[in-house]
Design a protein around this ligand. Structure first.
Ligand SMILES: [Zn+2]
Ligand SMILES: [Zn+2]
Length: 342
């Protein structure tokens, strides 16, 4: 039985193009007790590979976190398969706002320690004792309440290009850092303020809300289904949109435009720009914001040095990389010293 991809990203992209079929980009998560993640992982891979599903899926003892794309004409079969799994029956599916047939080019189902890297010891609190889920309408009115503190639970490179007006956006690189910063900032208001939080699709708030309740916060709310689901409701119910800029997403699209506001700047020249790119030097791969002019000037790289390396023949680049630790683990996203405006 084939349990791994046998096509490269390029081969897959060609197949998708030839098929000419519409694909849906979807994300969902569920906290559940999974006895044997390995077996569950294989089960998913076999079933979804059959349906031509592509994406990045994490499975752990604590549940599943999935970002994927499925051909529109297989959607019903895919949904039926989800419904056949007890803890995924009627799971909320976040359907992307901006569709792109090439959002994922491989099917990767991975067994992980956690479905969300949180740096927390799970035994200390109960993740199922979570905050109140609110829909877009309730969220809009809650965040108008002067007694509300609105917190963005995402990382700096995500909120840099888009956020809810008046939200606190911690300048952090990890979810764990966010948790402690917010806790410290709000420790005097555990009982008198509404703590309202949001993230991309809801999974981070699921953990965070349980964490803050465990830490003694009394009024904890989370945006159900995150920004993705909020925008969908705003469109369907014609509500006021309070999100400005772009919603950062974790697939090839990198972001969905939500409002026309461009709130970020090119990290190289400072001009208004909110397009994330990865440095074209594979050994660097730094994620940063770059305008078309700077991209042209620096051959899609973060620095002159990277542009020089990227211009070398592939074999020479490989030789240079040998023995180095993966540099994208060293560089923080959008935080390299080589960037002037960050
Ligand atoms: Zn620029
Ligand atoms: Zn670079």
């Amino acid at each position: 039985m084939q349990l791994y991809n046998n096509l490269s990203a390029e081969e897959r992209a060609t197949l998708i193009e030839q098929a000419g079929k519409e694909r849906l980009t979807i994300s969902f998560y569920s906290y559940a007790k999974i006895g044997n993640p390995e077996i569950f992982r294989n089960h998913l891979f076999i079933a979804w590979n059959e349906l031509d599903v592509l994406g990045r899926i994490y499975v752990a003892h604590e549940g599943i976190n999935a970002q994927l794309s499925v051909p529109a004409d297989h959607f019903q079969e895919f949904k039926d398969h989800l419904d056949s799994i007890s803890f995924l029956e009627d799971v909320r599916l976040n359907i992307a706002i901006e569709q792109d047939n090439f959002s994922f080019l491989k099917l990767k189902v991975k067994v992980r320690e956690k479905i969300l890297a949180d740096g927390l010891n799970d035994n200390t609190f109960d993740v199922t004792n979570k905050g109140v889920h609110v829909d877009a309408e309730r969220f809009n009115s809650l965040i108008e309440d002067p007694n509300t503190v609105l917190v963005d639970m995402r990382n700096h490179y995500e909120s840099e290009i888009g956020y809810f007006k008046n939200a606190v956006t911690p300048d952090v690189d990890t979810f764990r850092d966010s948790l402690s910063i917010i806790e410290e900032d709000l420790k005097m208001h555990k009982e008198d303020k509404n703590l309202v939080m949001y993230c991309t699709g809801g999974i981070r708030c699921e953990k965070a809300s349980a964490y803050y309740k465990h830490k003694g916060f009394k009024n904890v709310y989370q945006l159900e289904g995150g920004i993705i689901n909020y925008v969908r409701q705003v469109q369907e119910k014609d509500l006021e949109n309070k999100f400005i800029g772009k919603n950062f997403v974790f697939d090839q699209r990198r972001a969905e435009r939500i409002s026309e506001d461009v709130i970020a700047n090119c990290h190289q020249c400072g001009k208004p720009c909110d397009t994330h790119v990865n440095c074209a030097n594979e050994a660097c791969h730094l994620l940063f914001i770059q305008c078309p002019e700077c991209a042209e000037k620096l051959s899609n790289c973060c620095s002159k040095e990277c542009a020089e390396i990227a211009a070398l023949p592939y074999e020479e680049q490989k030789a240079l990389r040998r023995g180095q630790i993966k540099s994208n683990m060293i560089f923080k996203k959008g935080r390299s010293e080589v960037l002037k405006y960050k």
